[in-house]
Design a protein around this ligand. Structure first.
Ligand SMILES: [Zn+2]
Length: 140
């Protein structure tokens, strides 16, 4: 991934003379409500006016081929995530349950498809933990 324009924070500042300016923050590239309050308190003490609002602006990036290099979740073979079979799975990340996209090579995808035919694998165990949106009863 190549960063064309880094992320930044645009702030609106009301200066002590009453004028309002819109500027890019010189030091901070991502603002939160808590940080916004802290900085505002410091600015008020310093008599430099007050920020009235902020807007986080995402970086502009260009994807490169290397960004699409992934590994098969089952066998570890390298693959291209743009063309490989993938499915959504749940994973734990920092104590939170997050949805991830797992990629599988063609060979492992076949195994995955055969899970229902009797082969019990780690994939099946993982798949069973994923909540399905499919109805559990068949409607005629
Ligand atoms: Zn594989």
């Amino acid at each position: 991934m190549r960063v064309i324009t880094p992320r930044k924070v645009e702030i609106k500042v009301r200066r002590p003379n009453g004028e309002t300016e819109t500027v890019i923050h010189p030091k901070i590239d991502y603002m939160t409500d808590g940080l916004f309050r802290q900085i505002n308190q410091a600015m008020e003490k310093a008599g430099r006016g007050q920020m009235t609002s902020y807007r986080n602006i995402e970086a502009v990036v260009e994807m490169e081929d290397s960004d699409y290099q992934g590994r098969c979740e089952r066998c570890g073979d390298s693959l291209d995530t743009r063309t490989a079979y993938n499915q959504k799975e749940w994973s734990r990340f920092g104590g939170k349950k997050v949805q991830v996209i797992a990629h599988y090579c063609d060979r492992c995808h076949k195994v995955l498809a055969n899970v229902g035919l009797g082969e019990a694998t780690e994939l099946e165990q993982r798949a069973s933990r994923v909540q399905s949106y499919e109805p559990t009863t068949k409607q005629d």
